[in-house]
Design a protein around this ligand. Structure first.
Ligand SMILES: [Zn+2]
Ligand SMILES: [Zn+2]
Length: 264
């Protein structure tokens, strides 16, 4: 089985055919997916999708793009919302200096609120980091010093130093379709050097479809292409990379029961 650890099933791209998308995922062995919150104000729609499908779990949080509009969201509020049985992670939150859609101090403040919620709940924090390696590493170091919290560097596209910092602090690294792109050799080198027990895969659908679907709308079924390429990159077959990434997922996402009943 495979798990898509990060997708956005609430986006309008999927509105007309969610049932089909989840069926197509199952047909290729993608048995679970986590649909990720980008605005606490719209969290109800995300949670409704997780409630509707057995295979779908969700997170709660504010994307850095929206950080300026949700500065009032508190760690307490995130903690309360995360008590729902289908809410299994906090985020996505972090720093995006590529788009800079929200002021950087608002992004950082929102990010620290989410870290506090992850620390309180023990749920993994989904971290979005783009073109912000140094500030991200500094915040992770400082906040981990105050008390550990579980986290994922999602859709990893940063440099080796941030991957190393993340792993040293106990974090996981999740690869999206970017790993399969022709010009991503540097990213594949980073993947090769990471400990195998920290690797995850995701689609970030509807964005970033992996080769050979590049340029199309992405969907959870396509995580199989990214997993296969990650396996080739680290020198293991398709069954083994599915086992590695699923074991890692269940070790980190402690609220999600294993559908196959195996212990991690
Ligand atoms: Zn993201
Ligand atoms: Zn995302």
């Amino acid at each position: 089985m495979l798990v898509d650890s990060h997708c956005h099933l609430d986006f309008p791209d999927f509105a007309e055919e969610r049932d089909e998308i989840i069926n197509r995922a199952r047909q290729v062995g993608v048995e679970l997916m986590v649909t990720i919150s980008t605005r606490v104000r719209r969290f109800d729609a995300v949670r409704a999708i997780a409630e509707r499908y057995d295979q779908v779990y969700c997170s709660v949080g504010t994307h850095p793009h929206n950080a300026g509009e949700e500065l009032d969201v508190s760690a307490q509020q995130l903690t309360e919302l995360s008590k729902h049985p289908k809410v299994v992670a906090i985020g996505e939150a972090g720093l995006d200096y590529f788009y800079d859609k929200a002021p950087r101090d608002a992004q950082a403040a929102g990010f620290r609120t989410h870290i506090e919620a992850a620390r309180r709940t023990g749920l993994p924090l989904i971290i979005h980091s783009r073109d912000a390696d140094e500030d991200m590493a500094a915040i992770l170091e400082e906040e981990s010093g105050k008390g550990a919290f579980p986290f994922i560097l999602h859709c990893f596209s940063s440099g080796a130093a941030l991957a190393e910092t993340g792993v040293r602090l106990g974090g996981y690294v999740s690869f999206s379709g970017i790993l399969t792109f022709k010009n991503s050799e540097e990213l594949r080198e980073i993947a090769r050097d990471l400990p195998r027990d920290r690797l995850l895969v995701e689609t970030d659908a509807p964005y970033l479809a992996p080769v050979p679907k590049r340029g199309k709308r992405n969907e959870p079924a396509f995580v199989a292409h990214t997993a296969k390429l990650l396996g080739e990159t680290i020198g293991v077959g398709e069954d083994e990379i599915a086992r590695i990434t699923s074991d890692n997922f269940f070790r980190l996402f402690t609220k999600v029961p294993r559908p196959d009943g195996r212990s991690v």
